[in-house]
Design a protein around this ligand. Sequence first.
Ligand code: BES
Length: 458
Amino acid sequence: MPVMTTPIMSESEVRAAVERELPGVRADLERLVRIPGIAFDGFDHSHVERSAEAVAELLRGCDLDVKIVRRGGQPAVIGKKVAPPGAPTVLLYAHHDVQPVGDRSLWESDPFEPVERDGRLYGRGAADDKAGIMAHVAALRAFGDRLPVGVVLFIEGEEEFGSDSLEQLLEEHREEIASDVIVIADSGNWDIGVPALTTSLRGIVNCFVEVRTLDHAVHSGMFGGAVPDALTTLAKLLATLHDDAGNVAVEGLVGREGASVDYPEDRFRAEAGLGTGVEFIGTGRITDRLWTKPALAVLGIDAPATGEAPNALVPAAKAKLSVRLAPGDDPKKAYAALTAHLEQHAPWGAQVAVTFEHDGDPCVIDATGPMFDAARSAFRTAWDGTDPIDMGVGGSIPFIATFQEMFPRAAILVTGVEDPYSRAHGPNESLHLGEFARVCLAEALLLAKVAAAGANRS
Ligand code: BES
């Protein structure tokens, strides 16, 4: 007997269904934003538990089989609905933990009380990445019991804290989560009104460098002039990390030119909030500097606070460094190159000690094939005829490389809700509600198109 299948919903049916679901999706997004689930050490992790529970509840409401899983770290939520006969399975990834809020005085409204201003919803996690979760939920709700594909929702609970247990969770649940297509909704679009597929991300190496010149602090008048203080020495060492043009000067890091689009400089200047007269650093196209070349930043320094600093030579000072690695680079080799550079450039014979914090792989995605065609077509429709561009991003999602290794046949679509004004990780993070509606529609259309394109997994 032939298998009875429900026809895939038409484009206009999908559009109407997403429209119908948006108010409820918005309300549930606000509910999630009110939960301050931060996975960093030193924060109250009971909120991450609550956040996992809230996500589990949302997924149960979509008729999925749901469980909360963990492996030492913070809880992830897995929700599954088996594919209709012959249909492909799609893994939908997002994360429910958020970044710390930093200096609250810089927020114009409470980070955990979502508010709308000028068409944007403000709050920590409103974009990164609770809206990613809700885009998945919106698509599932739009189809209801007519979902044309199988789905596995994987909603992680510690992405912002380095995804330490993710690899083990993926290994343990490998069979359950194996899919034909993987949608990672943790990136963004090119501009408001212009969709994008993210096709490359940089890797990352974070480490600390400590410089010591003295075994104790000494009077700056009695010893200054003949004895180096550690802070000047550290500043001199840090200054060797870039050449005069601002390119990273560490030998052995991978970098190349050749990004597919350029970034208009004025637009980039405005988005970055670069001060008047402040120059860009590095050479070549902006997109090359952001996507296909390394970047190095000093994220923090441990040294006496200026308000309390006595007239004494500082004996030791420590900086936290972060290197963004170009696609094709290897975090272990990059860390070795950076360590060698710091040791070889120690000013005035100072003692230099480098310690590792964490790293993550870069990735490049070959965005060709029927599933990418399906995604591009869904995006074009959701953005009223505007073609999506293939873009790189300078940020990192290290576990994409893990997905690539574990599921080499799956098409990996990196999507997301962020736009250049989202201020993810910073104060006043926000979500553009108009773009969010398009993201939800695009994801629902994508599922319909993936179903039509059929399974590619053998
Ligand atoms: N969503 C970001 C990655 C991202 C950044 C995508 C910029 C698109 C544009 C992700 O949540 C993130 O912030 N990742 C961390 C790395 C991780 C190892 C902590 C990052 O890039 O700092």
